[in-house]
Design a protein around this ligand. Structure first.
Ligand code: NAD
Length: 453
């Protein structure tokens, strides 16, 4: 079945892709199983070399991959280039893993006891539309490094860069059956990956609603899952911080990728005694965000991904919404939405629900305990920022906020060298960091009895 793709900056169909069906998934699993058995026997150094060759192939196509993401997802070109470069970097990082996946030798009587990290087999990676390239590579790079085959199902709206990465893998010499991209509907292709007994693990990134379904479905087969789900992260601004810097960077903490970012700091919490001053500083910072043509190098924020998503985001800003101020955005065709700052009450749905667009709420708080209580008053727990010059407070609050990725005086969440994932309903398990390949293995223990002389 052919599926039209729409350029979010113009609202026009620009190409279409063929969706695969459940029978094609079954066939892909059979081929992946055979390829995985061959891959698992490849010497670690050769596996590393294959991943490095794949990284080099990505590096030679950064511009092409970025251009695809500009048109397909509306990402600003500079961001899209960073994302393609990130794929290369993550592949290079995990190319170091095959030769380091060492087991243990455990002291025992009358023999030798050793552990092995065995690959799981075939892994299914299901990705969302907001960061197609980074989220795909977080799944497939460590999985391949650990000796698995990978089947990726990209989101319906944004499959193009993932399809191209699959081609680049094959062009670089990787067995084409080892990394297969299966574009299609979540309810068909995604569902079949989860229910297929030949798929050993699912790495799912997407909404918490779908994630719960994935978890429940996978449970029927005790299938392994990693879940990276929604977020509603806090940006906590204390009165002792560098207020100018906190205000100047707050827009980038939430409006990056037009707010379609699971780590978006979409709830700004400001200590009451500096609230008015912070808002005075925030207004010009928000007005200064350059929203426009994603193909332009000056653009900082592009359009939303689709019309249905635009409508969902707009539903959080009705005519009587408590809008403090807004930035600018193009009018006309395309799914444009201006950066928007709301000052609602603590129980408003704009404060409690993930909007996943360029809309941020600002609430005052009284003291440290109030800030922590507000930050934790959510079902989510993905990331967050704490602005303070008092490092004891920075560390204390970081430890008290129930979230997987905190930063003090920064909005950085993702570094491929460090673990990433959510507390509470933001997810299950961790991606990235040096241990990520272990999540694609089972530990096997072997005891060899030694005969006494
Ligand atoms: P979504 O849950 O609608 O879709 C995600 C993927 O799941 C898509 O590929 C979709 O086709 C597939 N899918 C849908 N139904 C399925 C089913 N029944 N079985 C199997 N697969 C199915 O999410 P989305 O709207 O594409 O993405 C936005 C969400 O992703 C937001 O909530 C965001 O916070 C979250 N997200 C989380 C992270 C993270 O790392 N925690 C990163 C990015 C995005």
């Amino acid at each position: 079945m052919s599926h039209d793709l729409i350029n979010p900056a113009t609202g026009a169909v620009f190409t279409s892709v063929q969706h695969v069906d459940a029978a094609a998934v079954d066939d892909a699993v059979r081929r992946a199983q055979a390829a995985q058995r061959r891959w698992a026997r490849v010497a670690p150094a050769e596996r590393a070399a294959a991943l490095r060759a794949f990284a080099a192939s990505v590096d030679a196509h950064i511009g092409e991959l970025a251009a695809l993401e500009v048109t397909n997802a509306g990402h600003p070109v500079s961001a899209a280039e960073w994302e393609a470069g990130h794929v290369r970097d993550v592949l290079q990082f995990y190319a170091g893993s095959p030769e380091r996946l060492a087991g243990k030798q455990i002291p025992v009587a009358s023999g030798l006891d050793v552990t092995f990290h065995e690959p799981l087999g075939v892994v299914g990676v299901i990705t969302p539309w907001n960061f197609p390239m980074p989220i795909a590579v977080w799944g497939f790079a460590p999985a391949l490094a650990a000796g698995n085959a990978v089947l990726i199902k990209p989101a319906e709206w944004t499959p193009l860069t993932t399809l191209r990465l699959g081609e680049l893998a094959a062009e670089s010499g990787l067995d084409p059956d080892l990394l297969q991209v299966l574009p299609g509907a979540g309810a068909v292709v995604g569902e079949r990956l989860i229910t297929h007994p030949g798929v050993a693990k699912i790495v799912f990134t997407g909404s918490t609603v779908t994630g719960k379904h994935v978890l429940a479905t996978a449970a029927a087969q005790v299938k392994r899952v990693t879940l990276e789900l929604g977020g509603k992260s806090a940006n906590i601004v204390f009165d002792d911080c560098d207020l100018e810097q906190a205000a100047a960077t707050a827009p980038y903490g939430v409006f990056d990728n037009a707010g379609q970012d699971c780590c978006a700091r979409s709830r700004i919490l400001v200590q009451r005694n500096v609230y008015d001053r912070f808002m005075e500083l925030l207004e010009p910072a928000v007005a200064g965000v350059t929203v426009g043509d994603p193909a332009s190098r000056d653009t900082e924020m592009g359009p939303l991904v689709s019309r249905p998503h635009w409508e969902k985001v707009a539903s959080y800003v009705p005519d009587d919404a408590p809008v403090a101020f807004r930035g600018t955005a193009p009018t006309g065709d395309g799914f444009w939405f201006p950066p928007t700052v709301l000052t609602p009450n603590r129980t408003d749905r704009s404060v409690t629900e993930e909007i996943f667009g360029p809309v941020v709420t600002v609430l005052p708080f009284d003291d440290e305990a109030d800030a922590i209580a507000l930050a934790n008053d959510t079902a989510y727990g993905l990331s967050g920022s704490i602005w303070t010059e008092n490092l004891s407070r920075g560390l204390r609050v970081s430890r008290a906020v129930e979230a997987g990725n905190l930063s003090v005086n920064s909005h950085s969440s993702v570094r491929y060298t460090t673990p990433f994932g959510g507390f509470k309903q933001s997810g299950l398990g961790r991606e990235l960091g040096p241990d990520a390949p272990l999540a694609f293995t089972e530990t096997k223990n072997v005891f060899i009895a030694v005969k006494e002389m």
